[in-house]
Design a protein around this ligand. Sequence first.
Ligand code: FAD
Length: 141
Amino acid sequence: MLVRLMYASRAASGVDDEELHAILRQAKATNPKRGVTGALCFADGIFIQVLEGGRDSVSALYNRIAADARHTDVVLLAYREIAERHFAGWSMGQVNMSRLNPALLLKYSECARLDPYKLSGGVTMALFEELVATASIMGQP
Ligand code: FAD
């Protein structure tokens, strides 16, 4: 049984691009063994991550991530059983912020700033799905 989970969190102070790359390295090294795929966005000190995979694997990984001291205020935005993956091509893709079109943000929110704490989970998921469709997610499988 496949599930898709999305959460948002605030980066702890001191978390920078170097730490982000360490997190992505860790995800790319271990997610394939667990059959987990997904994408991670880091902008303005906020993480948004989508995890897809078997229910037990996604649940265990989410619990481990939620306990990580590198972020706080972890909020579950969406969780559902799925028939197919949307992020199958990425063990953990990275949203390419330089390709993030302000018009895309304005399509879904009041201002051209990514703030998942002010959006519904459904809206944030729709935004992520457009990021996949517009090739704004990068990274190795
Ligand atoms: P260990 O590596 O043994 O670490 C022990 C504890 O320390 C854990 O609680 C861990 O969360 C914490 N920790 C580890 N490194 C640091 C550090 N540099 N600073 C502060 N605390 C630390 N892991 C994945 O495998 N896949 C993912 O997709 C993934 N996504 C992540 C997304 C975000 C936003 C964050 C913050 C972390 C993510 N991680 C991911 C890392 C994950 O939280 C764990 O660190 C990792 O899975 C290793 O877990 P472990 O139990 O082997 O812990």
